[in-house]
Design a protein around this ligand. Structure first.
Ligand SMILES: [Zn+2]
Length: 412
């Protein structure tokens, strides 16, 4: 029987198939090296090397095919060099000595853990958790470094690089870390431990390679420590206040008014307003017709609420409809003035924040980037943290985040 075509499909050029056997859910290939001799490890020559038979056959697992597990039967070929008087065993490129799997199987099995757990992947592959754990940690170490390097090089090569800086919680409410993102490449560049000024500085001291990036802009929330950090290490970058973080200040002020107004209403109206408070926060043009009608009723309960709602809506419009940076700057001043006529402490405090950050907020209209993609990555981290507790191994935690958040770059 000829195995040429299966040989091609197997795609391990150093090996030749000599037999095929299919059992229930496994396929077993007898294989041998395509060449008859291998160079002596001492003199690097084949000249006086001879074969001395096959000591035994190793059964190694390879990638699955046709819904079956695949095993290769590899001969352990004994060789002898007459020049050096040494014996040695055939060295396979695709299988490490003494391993029970091919290199590519180990790599693929490890990659199955991304987005899952070792336990889950081991069950799927029908293999022991202990081996997969060992492979996975070893693979994760090299693969996460490879991916990070690739992401960094891509970021460095971008003519218009836009970075994102955002924090994420390690177990809600306890500690925070900071993610550094390439927003155009949608990649997660690095995990910065903590989010304070000191922590950020400490990090950049230890990782000076990030200083060499030349971002055109950086998108970040309104944390002072972030702005100072970016100003210092990327002085020429445009700092853009993240639209969604900024919006939250405005919608929170609006909900604050809703709460205080609610108390002044009749119990029935108050309950009605409370139950439907999400309609006030939502953008009006995204409401259904029924919701629109509902909203009109809610707003009719309080002129102050109505005024604040219109002010919130005009902010959304300002984001969407300002046609240039200069017009946006003027529009923003008008919006601030409109807000000043709303008599409520929540709006006053919100306006103060808006005034402080007006430059960074208006910068959105220079380069319309947000940290929206970052949100997706943060959700992945949340899911990861639900699956695992990284208490003992901070390095593993970082590697795992780099893998999970750059999953498209994982090589299978
Ligand atoms: Zn030799």
């Amino acid at each position: 029987m000829y195995f040429h075509s299966i040989n091609d499909l197997l795609d391990l050029p150093e090996l030749r198939i000599t037999s095929v056997q299919k059992e229930m859910d496994t396929i077993e290939f007898g294989v041998e090296p395509c060449t008859s001799l291998q160079s002596c490890p001492t003199c690097r020559s084949k000249e006086r090397v001879i074969r001395r038979g096959v000591a035994y056959r190793r059964k190694v697992r390879d990638l699955a095919a046709f819904g079956s597990k695949v095993f290769l039967h590899l001969p352990a070929i004994r060789l002898y060099c007459h020049s050096c008087k040494v014996s040695f065993v055939w060295d396979y490129e695709d299988v490490e000595p003494k391993k029970q799997v091919t290199k590519r199987f180990e790599k693929q099995a490890s990659s199955y853990v991304v987005g899952a757990t070792v336990k889950h992947a081991a069950a799927l592959l029908q293999m022991p958790v202990t081996s997969l754990t060992r492979w996975f940690y070893r693979w994760m170490n090299t693969e996460s470094q490879r991916i990070q390097k690739e992401c960094r090089e891509e970021a460095a090569a971008r003519p218009t690089l836009v970075l994102g800086l955002d924090d994420f919680a390690i177990r809600k409410g306890h500690t925070y870390n900071t993610g550094l993102h390439d927003l155009r490449g949608e990649t997660f560049l690095d995990v910065i431990p903590g989010r304070t000024k000191e922590e950020l500085h400490d990090y950049i001291e230890k990782n000076p390679e990030w200083r060499t990036l030349q971002p055109t802009a950086v998108v970040l929330d309104l944390a002072r420590s972030y702005h100072r950090f970016v100003k210092e290490i990327y002085p020429s970058a445009i700092r853009i206040a993240d639209r969604y973080h900024v919006n939250r200040y405005v919608t929170e002020a609006l909900q604050h008014i809703r709460k205080t107004e609610q108390k002044k209403l009749t119990p029935h109206a108050g309950r009605h307003l409370k139950r439907n408070h999400h309609l006030i926060g939502k953008r009006q043009d995204r409401l259904t017709e029924r919701e629109q009608q509902e909203l009109s009723v809610l707003l009719s309960y309080s002129p102050l609420l109505q005024q604040a709602h219109a002010w919130k809506e005009s902010f959304m419009d300002w984001y969407d409809k300002s046609s240039s940076y200069n017009l946006a700057k003027k529009g923003f001043q008008r919006w601030l003035q409109d807000g000043a006529s709303i008599d409520h402490p929540a709006v006053k405090s919100c306006l103060k924040t808006m005034q402080t950050w007006q430059e960074e907020i208006c910068n959105y209209h220079k380069l319309r980037y947000t940290n929206a993609a970052v949100e997706g990555k943060n959700n992945k981290i949340k899911a990861l943290q639900r699956r695992h507790y990284f208490t003992r191994n901070p390095e593993g935690y970082k590697q795992r985040i780099l893998l999970e958040c750059n999953e498209e770059k994982v090589q299978y």
